[in-house]
Design a protein around this ligand. Structure first.
Ligand SMILES: O=C(O)C(=O)C[C@]1(C(=O)O)C=C[C@@H](O)C=C1
Length: 283
């Protein structure tokens, strides 16, 4: 197996990939290929250059990752696994102290989570976005400019020869990002006691007005909903897809019945994948 991921080395996405595959013996270790963006990693999996892509889906503070949502909404990809990774951020630079930092580089999701810290500790500093947290660390190390620092996961400092100036920058100490492993085909992951199924409902012309009816089809069959997210189709204002994560496996009767009931309302329901639900204990 070759996995595409948002690189370079030292991103939270790489941590997610390692957590997904903790039990593989070192001599059978799958190849990991870094890509410069989430979209590029997804395209590599779509083209068959890599077998799957591990990409961020949602952060508990900043919300969804648009590139991943767009690709899932196009329904060419399936989800085969999920993993949650706690995210905590460090400020790192080649030299100097926190007070000397004038430009802070990082991924927009990371900058967003560290906004409060930046406003209070570095009110005069400018921010520059990078394709990932590790890309920011690498850029800062390569440029070697005084006053430039990156926000990234602490291990990125060691990888790129930077010094940690401060830790715990995130607004929420318990911040978590959910990552998914996606591929053009659903791989029928081994069943476990706790399954999750991801579905994409296209709401059609009636739009959001139909949402309560859709949700009710699952509720009346005793199926719990764990995630709901609307995503624009791009066609017009008010035209949405609905992402739903529900408890249970696609091969169970209540879930089949609920999907058929939604379809009977004239709506398209696309199956994105059934896979073991992540539990922190397993990680
Ligand atoms: O830049 C990284 O290290 C990533 O893995 C991306 C990403 C994201 O897309 O949200 C992942 C987790 C953190 O919330 C910050 C950045």
């Amino acid at each position: 197996m070759t996995y595409a991921y948002l690189g370079p080395e030292g991103t939270f996405t790489q941590t997610a990939l390692r957590r997904l595959l903790p039990t593989v013996p070192p001599d059978r270790e799958p190849a990991h290929r870094p890509f410069p963006s989430v979209a590029a990693a997804l395209e590599a999996a779509l083209r068959g250059e890599c077998d799957a892509a591990v990409v961020p889906l949602e952060n508990s503070v900043r919300g969804v990752v648009p590139a991943t949502m767009d690709q899932l909404a196009s329904a060419k990809m399936h989800i085969n696994a999920e993993v949650e990774v706690p995210v905590s951020f460090a400020l790192m630079a080649a030299e100097g102290d926190v007070e000397e930092v004038t430009v802070v580089h990082s991924h927009p999701h990371a900058l967003g989570q560290c906004e409060d810290w930046l406003r209070t500790r570095l009110p005069g500093a400018r921010t520059r976005t990078a394709a990932s947290t590790a890309a920011a660390a690498r850029e800062v190390a390569e440029a070697g400019l005084p006053g430039h620092a990156a926000i990234a996961a602490a291990p990125a400092a060691g990888l790129y020869g930077l010094r940690i100036l401060a830790t715990g920058l995130g607004r929420e100490a318990g911040a978590v990002t959910r990552f998914v492993s996606v591929a053009p085909r659903w791989s029928h992951p081994a069943r476990t006691a706790r399954e999750r199924t991801s579905l994409l409902v296209s709401l059609g012309a009636a739009g959001p007005d139909l949402v309560p009816d859709v949700l009710n089809e699952f509720r009346t069959l005793g199926i719990a909903l764990s995630w709901i997210q609307s995503w624009p189709t791009g066609r017009a204002l008010g035209s949405y897809h609905l992402f739903l994560d529900v408890d249970g496996h696609i091969d169970t009767r209540p879930l089949r019945l609920a999907m058929a009931a939604v379809e009977a309302r004239g709506l398209e329901v696309r199956f994105l994948g059934s896979y073991p639900r992540w539990s922190a204990a397993a990680g």
